[in-house]
Design a binder for this molecule. Sequence first.
Ligand code: GLN
Length: 486
Amino acid sequence: MKITDMTLCGLSSALADKTVSSVEATEACLEAIERKKYLGNFITVCAQSALDCARRADEKRARGEAISPLCGVPLAVKDNIVTADIRTTCASRMLSDFVPPYDAAVVERLKAAGAVILGKTNMDEYAMGSTDETSAFGAVKNASDPARVPGGSSGGSANCVAARQAFGALGSDTGGSIRQPAAYCGVVGLKPTYSAVSRYGLIAHASSLDQIGTLTRDCDDALMFLNAIAGADSRDGTSTGGLRLPDALPSEVRGVTVGIADEFFGTDQLDPRVLSVFESAVKALSCDRVKVKRIKLPTFPVSLAVYYAVSTAEASSNLARFDGVRYGRRGSGRAVDDMMISTRTENFGDEVKRRIMTGGLVLTHGVGGETYYARAAKIRTVITREIEAALCDVDYIISPSTPYLAPLIGEQSDPEKTYVSDMYTVPANLSGLPALGVPCGAADGLPVGMQIIGKRFSEAGMLALGKEVERRCAEYEPRDHAAGTR
Ligand code: GLN
């Protein structure tokens, strides 16, 4: 087996058995990154520091030092997660030469575990988008079909795992940015419970929604990766140590009931091909150990509007710091105001500007004597209560991860059409609940994802159910477009 075809867990055991070295695995990833450079998955590749780190990991193993399962495993990091001495751009012109002075908490944890950081992955500018086309460093091409987008905003992270350039990647998910690209790329994307993984060092998009999570080839890999990054951190005031995880997933699930809401299908946005793959997957999954029940989530149709009010309001205030004084590439102009105006006009892309302006509007205008933001915050509470109540009746709620298949590059020039791709993913961010995206089949050669939402801190059970989906539903294998072009 080619080294890059191994899973993260497979490589971890091979490293422990010393049948593969970290240097060999790192070289294989760097070779794949170079060979498939045209995909545009990476903004920065750290070849030398990755190889140095791999060498140190091999030496540690040779000395027999007690080490983490991630020691020597090559991974990638989304470019909105800060890395000391490695440029962190958020895929924006604004931060194109920003080298942070410190590591994010998750990066500290990966380094302490001895993981190898290959580089920083491409994304939508400031994690705002669903296609990876808003990057100031160029659009990412889907590894399954380079004419299509990989999804976003963690598109580079999902696509580099699909393209076998890394054994796993960190992403961030504010409204679906891990699960949606996972669906388009045919990989597993996990958004943990809000607070389970520290966001210290994540460049904020919308702080009450943002969560760091993982992109991997399968659910076992997600568990191993999550084990390394979860835990309390006093530097993120929202973080808790509430998540308890086993070292391995059970071989089968028992006595599980999953709910499917009628409202998930009351939309003409749902592509019939996605629906039919999802229905076959549900059929394959249901048995005496997994019962399927229809449920109601009446507020589901308004979730997207609530998400875009809350997220743009928070983004407009989070992005105030990029003014050319505190942060950001400084523009021209002698007076402070002129300088700040040129900094923000020249260095933010169109989508980021649209979000800042929308955010300003929802914070200052409204209906019935309250701002749109205040109204959205109230409805958010209702949405959360409704999902939590549903989760008293069933163990998990499942849906398609996205309403349609990976669009063609350039197909979604209308922002509103793009926003619709998050309709199934935003409720888990609004409620802070954990959610998993797992491949459940393919249509016309393109992967389809199933989303599983669980109770707070139910990640282990959710991944066990995800593994059942992997076992029972048609497995999607990404096509290797670069094969044969070496
Ligand atoms: N696509 C959504 C947005 O553009 C979600 C982004 C995200 O999760 N970072 O806001």
